[in-house]
Design a protein around this ligand. Sequence first.
Ligand code: PMP
Length: 375
Amino acid sequence: MAFGWIDDQAELRRLAGLVRTLRPRPADSPLLDLASNDYLGLAHHPEVVEGAAVAARTWGGGSTGSRLVTGTTELHAQLERELAEFTGFEAALVFSSGYAANLAAVTTLAPHGSLIVSDAGNHASLIDGCRLARGATQVVGHADPDGVRKALRTHDGPAVVVSDSVFSVDGDAAPVGALAEASREFGAGLLLDDAHGLGVLGEGGRGAPHAAGLAGAEDVVVTVTLSKSLGSQGGAVLGPARVIDHLVNAARTFIFDTGLAPAAAGAALAALTLLRREPERAARARAVASELYTRFTAAGLEAVRPDAAVVSVRAPSPEAAVQWAADCRTAGLAVGCFRPPSVPDGISRLRLTARADLSGAEIERAVRVIGETRP
Ligand code: PMP
């Protein structure tokens, strides 16, 4: 039978207790949300929603074409100018997702004969970028600048070091400054995925590269998503204008993809305006993360010290993690549950997101539920 092997795989997944199912979220969910990536609580902000609505009314429900044909509106150009200005880079290029932005950045910065040095904890979209790139990939240890040096030392030719700036599952930050130093020693470029840093780290949420003094550097390229702190959808690459021009001409996920929906661009622009006006949101998200971590560890839970807005709490086994997350849900709390194969290190954990708009009472409730349901 065609596709018969799928049933065998499904059975293996079922036996391993690793079946995933979709659970549509109702508009009026009663759950307290510590599972989403809406770090600044902007996805439902009236100005962000209005930004999306006005953009859709003005420009339509879709962008109508690929960016080089009809899919670049004045709104896209404005978003690119404002993203570059906010983060401190010379230029920006917007994509339909952060995933597409990462595929574009890695593939176009790693030509034939080049070396990509990739952190073992990198996001799937960076890993897929490495797989699609013409250059060779060498995976190095997690957050290991000396490992990066060792890899670069063996290579003759163009090279790029690739790392999440904040790792998506555990929420720990990469040693961004040390990675830049290591890359520079060998004339390599540095590509940072700041999906979880934008809006949370750096002055007013300008991101991890800005915090590390790397904004605008000619040897640093950054990718971001519009779907987390900015409460919208889409992605972007930030960097020197000559790199962005190269992407316009060479990145397949830019050239062959339909431009970002106007509503998403309008929402992201409104979120950037809010971030400039209310820069304290970034610090508040970090403070909430810190408080959750302190409370969890005081209660004897094993957690990773958060560098941004993600708090990761260890579970003893994949089954325990699933049960823990389910018990939280029954008690009114939505949390993320990460287990193999999403986490290659084999460690299962709950992933909680600290939102800037959580109240003291909501933090209390989250801490109480996590403690009461612990395995
Ligand atoms: N990079 C990282 C580190 C992420 O966590 C994500 C989203 N899960 C992405 C890239 C992809 O971004 P998007 O969801 O906009 O495609």
